[in-house]
Ligand binder design. Sequence first.
Ligand code: NA7
Length: 537
Amino acid sequence: MTDITGATELDALVVGAGFAGLYQLLCLRDRLGLSVKALEAGAGVGGTWYWNRYPGARCDSESHVYWYTFSPELMREWEWSERYPGQPEIMRYLNFVADRFDLKRDIQFNTRVVAAEYDEAANRWRVRTEAGETFVAKFLITAVGCLSTANVPKFEGLESFAGDWYHTGQWPHEGVDFTGKRVGMIGTGSTGIQAAPVIAASAEHLTVFQRTANYSVPARNAPLTSEFQGYIKENAAGIRAVTRETLNGMGFRIEERLAVETPAEEREAIYEAAWERGGLQFRAAFKDMMVDKAANDTAADFVKRKIRSIVKDPRTAAILSDIDHPYAAKRPPIDTNYFETYNRANVTLVDVKAAPIQRITPAGVCTTEAEYPLDIIVFATGFDAMTGPMLRMNIRGRDGVALQDVWDAGPRNYLGLQIAGFPNLFTITGPGSPSVLCNMPVAIEQHADWITDCIAHMRTKGLERIEARPEAVEKWVAEVNDVAGKTLLPLATHSWYLGANIPGKPRVFMPYAGGMVRYREICQDVVARGYEGFALA
Ligand code: NA7
C-alpha cells in the first residue's frame, strides 16, 4: 500500500536481514500478521556474515549453539558440519532459514537506509533509502548488527597506494588471490588472528602490523562426528535450555571454583585441559576470572607462557606476549594455528606500538622505523561497533532531534531496546544490552521475542505508541556503567567495547555486562510491572 506521497505504508519496517532481521520479520509477519518489510543493504541475507568473507572467517561460538532455537523442526532439519561454523556454512544456514520460512519475498535487498524521521502528528516513521524510496511505518526496528560499520583508519597517503587494499568486513565476493604477493595485514583482533594463518598459506610474504598484543586460545575446530550430530538432534531442547541459563548464552557453564583458591599445580592442570579443549570455554575455567584481577593474572600468565612456548623467535614471541590488559577484557579471540604462523619463514611481525605507522606510501606501509613494500594491504582494523550502524542511518526522533546529538556523549537508552524521544523505535541488540558479550543468536531471539510480545500487547490494548521514559533511561545508563565497573572489562582501555578504537568516539562501556540471565529477568520484570519505565499511549 502507498500513501499520497507514493511512500510504501507498513505496520512495521525492519532494517537489516541478518540473524536479527530475519527472525524479527518472521515474528511480526507470521505470528502477529503485520504488514512488514525488511530493508537490507546487501544483495542477500546474512548481515555481518554477508560482508565478512575474509579468509578464515568463522564463528567463535560453537555451531550447536549458533543457530535459531525458536523452531524445533528447524533444529532437526539443519545439520552443522564443523565444531565452529565457517562463514560460507553460516550463509547457507541463513539462506536455508530464509527460504524455509519464505522470508525473502518481504526483504528488499540492495537497499540502504539513509534517513529515518519520526512524524509525531501521524505517529509514523518515514524511512528514506539511498535510492530515494520512502517507507512509512508505525514501528521501526533496527536489526543492523553491532559490527557492520567497517573502520578503515585514516592513514595519510592511503589513496596513493599502488597496490590493492581491502577491509576484512567489506571483502570482495570473488575473493582475493594472494599467490606470489607481498601482503601486509594491519590489526590483530579476532579477525586478524583468524585471517593471518590462511593468508600466510598462499601469500609470498605476510607482514602483520600489531599495535596491541592480544591473547588467543586454540579453537580446536574439527568436523563434527556423526555421533555429535546425533547428540545435537536428540538434545536440542536441553542444549537450548543451557544457553538460557548461562551468563553468555553459551552451551557451557562457568565453573564454580575460584582461581585464587585453587593450588597452583591444580590450576595449571585446569588451564592445560581448557587449552586442549579449546575455544571460548577457556574463560569459564574459573568463576573469578573476570571479576578478580589476581585470578585473571593466572589465566593471563598461562596464555603468555603458551605464546612464548609456541613462537620460536624470542623477539617475535616477546612482542606477541607483551599484553597489557587482562585476559578476555577485550573480546578474546580463538584461533587455528595463529601463533604457529609466526614460525613460518614467510611471515614477519612488526610492532607498530613501538614504531607507529606514519603513512601509507605508493609502495607500502611506512612506520617511524622502516618502509615495508607491499602488493596488498588487508585492514583487519575492526568496526565502529554498536553505535556506528545506528548513527549512520541519520535517525531523527520527536521534534527532529537527531540520534547523533542524543548520543553525543555515548549511547543512552532503556534496556538497550528503546531511546527516549524516539517512540516506536526498537533497537535489536543495541548498546545497553548484553549483545556482543553474549552468544548473538540467544541475545537476538530474546530481543525479537520481547519486541514482538510488546507490539502484540499494544495491539490487544489498542495502544499506538511506546517510548522509554527519560528517568528510566537515566537509571539504565547508570546500571550499565555500574555492572561493567564490577568486572575487569573496562580495564582494557583500548577496547571496542568502550568505543576506544575509533578516534573521537566517546569512551563509554557499551554492552550490558550483567549477563544474559539477569538481563532476561530484568526485561521480564519490566513487562510484569506493566512495562515499567515505558510510556504507553
Ligand atoms: P578488533 O577486535 O577491533 O581489532 C582491530 C585490530 O586492528 C586491533 O588489533 C587494533 O589494534 C587494530 N587497529 C585498529 N586501528 C589501528 C590503527 N590505526 N593502527 C594499527 N592498528 C589498528 O576488530 P576485529 O575485526 O578483529 O574483531 C571485531 C569483532 O568481530 C570481534 O571482537 C568479535 O566479536 C567478532 P588496537 O587493539 O586498537 O591497538
